[in-house]
Design a protein around this ligand. Structure first.
Ligand SMILES: Nc1ncnc2c1ncn2[C@@H]1O[C@H](COP(=O)(O)OP(=O)(O)OP(=O)(O)O)[C@@H](O)[C@H]1O
Length: 787
């Protein structure tokens, strides 16, 4: 808070000297005429005097003594006296006149404002005669002490740029609210104890080495420059009323001591020695801090300094004299404490991009129908809640439907764990290589280790014609929800915290911190489930693993449409037409909601809206999907046309291949669930007699050709994964295709002719009873390998 001398504005109004009342009537003594004698048109009040000498730069009298004539020129602000009885000039301004003596002012007892900067005054005793004085500016003089008996109402004193070496006891200055003592020779802060109204104090550029004597003052603004090299701000903590603190040009290294200044709004720390970002944590909890200046501190050289400080001090509106934007705040948060959704989106983006490095092939998990996503089951819940055991048991008991999708991890195997079954245990280096090679669908870092679900883990299961069952933490679920997969998510959550904690402890694998963290995550899971209805398709309490499994298998049977068949391990054929869905997703698309287990509706865990099996999230997404544009419609038509041509043998277009996948699909494996409306597919296949192959077309031209330009991006994770590739040796086989359509037609709701027996069931055991099975033929395995 150093003193700046602002040039006096050019005066356009009439000076008191020019006043029709003459200088005699303008002095601050009682000869002033009554107010009624002043013509209303003369407006002197609030005008600055700006004497002629000052305007013309005329030097003051040689002896430096203020004369009456000069006083007359320096008076301004005509108005009522403080008593209200007289009409007079209330202010005097005589800056830069080389004045040394101002004793004449003893007569001007009614002055309320006295400005005498830039003179050579050493004695201000005349001020003792001005009982109404409110504002005194005696900066840039030669004062060595206050030297006057303070007027009772004196509020604002500026003694900057003088020669004061000590502060006298200012207990008599009871009204003082603003005191500027910058640029003096003061060594110690003292004498202010009784200034109970002092709100603004400036003591910059003195010889003060430490902060003291400011306790209990109602200071709102404080400017301090200390002499001490290792200046600390510790003693400021008791001045809790501070709103503006200027500590610029010190050697401050730490901000410790400012954390209790809860009213602080502006903090100027320019040109100090603050070098570490972590210092900002000391002022992190100051809710009103909106302006901070750290210019010319070593901290500016820190990487991402600005974002880091903005992150730590999100209440800031200006940093280093530059406004803080919303974008900066969001960027800072996303950088240093990204919300889980952002982390998941980043994970998904990363794998999506890296997947482009993988051969673009038709995945084994790609189903012929865009509406039938590959069926997956994801068990989620806090660590060691039993989901891994449940997943394995489920895959064993429902081995005709599910297989375990084994994740990769960089942690080493626990006793009894099996590589390839529990996890694929890999080194950190290999894991990173796999990420960069685009092998993963999602990854997370948990408890210092990496975990990842690889594309191959899913494809390996899909290749067997089974649905994939995996277990993962919430972060993995978030990431997976960004992909085109549409699994059923089952939340397994313990409610008996003691039991859960005991289970964790008895494993003997985790530190207390890890156990506490796992315990705290129970609430996270419950909160997510409560706040995002439909996020999980089912919730199962897993305090008792046996009970949990019972419920889980019931839920799964309901998914599979096996609930009417009783036995847990049933692989018996489904009654025809009782479940027309071809996958979990189909059931979902019908809006079916498996009954909510009694577990899920238990106390306070969640409301039932959060437990619906229908994937609310997917529905909302679908609703938000905009209508198809004309370009998209045209593209669709074009694709249909291509498909038609390919089917009719006219062209061996890239669309041959996806269709051909159907042609090589084992009929039984496709089942009624493969295509929701076989009739529609049938209608796509021309009768051979209707549309014979073009005579000029040889068989080689019917080979499917994959071109990258025709590859669907969906296969890389953005949508239904239809990928195009070249499969040598596979030609059109419309007859086979038609045969398949016909073979599974009786299993669907398509009306059949009375008396016509249904086609024999697939030779694959149990295949006609698996509406959930993905329509991936067992023979597909070798095809994919060839690919
Ligand atoms: N790909 C993945 N994505 C997200 N989470 C995963 C993934 N793979 C494993 N996890 C989860 O990471 C957590 C730690 O797994 P880990 O196997 O090390 O612990 P655990 O004590 O054996 O837990 P659990 O018995 O629940 O599997 C588990 O909750 C596990 O389900």
């Amino acid at each position: 808070m150093s003193v700046t001398v602002t040039p006096r504005p050019t005066r356009t109004s009439v000076s008191p000297a020019d006043c029709p009342l003459g200088s005699q009537g303008s002095v601050g003594i009682p000869q002033v005429p009554a107010a009624r004698e002043v013509p209303a048109s003369v407006c002197y009040a609030e005008t600055s005097p700006g004497s002629k000498e000052e305007e013309e730069g005329k030097p003051a009298e040689d002896d430096g003594e203020l004369t009456e004539e000069e006083v007359a020129n320096c008076l301004y602000n005509l108005g009522h006296s403080a008593t209200g009885l007289e009409y007079l000039y209330r202010s005097l301004s005589a800056p830069g006149r080389n004045l040394t003596g101002i004793s004449i002012l003893c007569n001007y007892v009614h002055l309320q404002k006295l400005e005498l900067p830039y003179n050579k005054i050493q004695d201000l005793s005349c001020v003792s005669h001005m009982p109404y004085l409110l504002i005194l500016d005696a900066s840039h003089n030669e004062l060595s002490d206050f030297g006057f008996h303070p007027p009772k109402n004196l509020k604002d004193v500026n003694f900057s740029y003088n020669r004061m070496s000590e502060m006298k006891v200012l207990s008599a200055y009871s009204s003082l609210s603003k005191l500027n003592l910058d640029h003096n020779l003061i060594r110690e802060i003292q004498g202010l104890e009784k200034c109970s109204n002092l709100t603004q104090l400036s003591l910059a550029h003195n010889r003060i080495s430490h902060i003291s004597g400011l306790e209990n003052l109602p200071l709102r603004e404080l400017c301090l420059i200390l002499r001490e090299r290792n200046a600390s701000v510790e003693n400021l903590e008791r001045i809790w009323t501070l709103q503006m603190l200027d500590l610029s040009f010190n050697k401050i290294q730490s901000l410790s001591g400012l954390q209790k200044l809860h009213f602080l709004g502006t903090l100027n720390l320019e040109s100090n020695m603050i070098s570490e970002i972590k210092e900002a944590t000391h002022i992190h909890d100051l809710p009103l801090l909106w302006e901070l200046n750290l210019l010319r501190n070593p901290i500016q050289d820190e990487a991402d300094y600005r974002l880091a400080v903005i992150f730590l001090l999100q209440q800031l509106r200006a940093l280093d004299q530059q406004g803080v934007t919303i974008e900066e705040k969001v960027t800072a948060v996303n950088k240093y404490d990204p919300p889980p959704e952002v982390t998941a989106a980043r994970d998904h983006m990363m794998h999506l991009v890296y997947q482009l490095r993988q051969p673009q092939v038709i995945f084994d998990s790609t189903l012929p129908s865009v509406d039938a996503p590959y069926p997956m089951l994801v068990l989620s819940g806090p660590q060691a809640c039993g989901k891994r055991e449940l997943a394995h048991t489920l895959c064993q008991d429902f081995s005709d439907y599910f297989a375990h999708g084994t994740c990769h991890t960089t942690r080493s195997p626990y006793f009894g764990e099996e590589d390839g079954s529990d996890y694929h245990y890999v080194s950190e280096e290999l894991f990173q290589d796999m990420i960069h090679a685009g092998k993963f669908i999602q990854t997370i870092q948990y408890a210092g280790h990496w975990y990842g679900l690889s594309r191959e883990a899913i494809e390996g299961v899909a290749r067997e014609g089974l649905a994939c069952c995996v277990h993962m933490e919430l972060e993995g679920v978030r990431s997976l929800k960004n992909t085109y997969f549409e699994p059923r998510y089952i939340l397994l959550v313990p409610t008996d915290r003691e039991g859960y904690s005991h289970r964790l402890q008895s494993r003997g694998l985790y530190t207390q911190d890890q156990i506490n963290s796992a315990l705290s995550r129970i609430d996270t899971y419950i909160r997510v489930n409560r706040e995002h209805p439909g996020y999980f398709d089912n919730v199962i309490l897993c305090d008792d693993t046996v009970e949990a499994y019972k419920t889980l298998s019931e839920v799964v049977r309901e998914y599979l449409g096996l609930e009417e068949q009783g036995g847990r391990n049933s692989t018996r054929a489904m009654p025809e037409n009782t479940f027309t869905g071809d996958s979990l997703m189909y059931e979902r698309s019908k809006g079916c909601q498996p009954p909510i287990s009694h577990h899920t509706s238990m106390t306070g865990l969640t409301d039932t809206s959060g437990l619906r099996s229908t994937n609310h999230y997917s529905k909302v997404q679908a609703r938000l999907t905009p209508q198809k544009s004309s370009a998209e419609m045209a593209s669709l038509q074009k694709r249909q046309q291509l498909a038609w041509e390919a089917l009719s043998g006219r062209s061996p277009g890239a669309y041959t291949q996806p269709i051909r996948r159907v042609s090589v699909t084992a009929p039984g494996a496709i089942g009624p669930h493969t295509l929701q409306d076989p009739a529609s597919l049938s209608s796509m296949i021309p009768a051979t007699s209707d549309r014979p192959p073009d005579p000029g077309e040889d068989s080689s031209s019917q080979k499917a050709h994959a071109t990258s330009s025709r590859s669907s991006p969906q296969g890389t994770g953005t949508g239904p994964d239809v990928e195009l590739l070249d499969v040598p040796g596979l030609g059109h086989d419309l007859d086979r295709l038609r045969g398949q359509v016909e073979s599974y037609a009786p299993q669907t709701s398509r009306p059949t002719s009375p008396g016509v027996p249904p086609e024999p069931a697939s030779p694959r055991p149990g295949s006609n009873a698996k509406p959930i099975l993905p329509p991936i033929p067992s023979g597909r395995k070798s095809t994919a390998q060839n690919d």
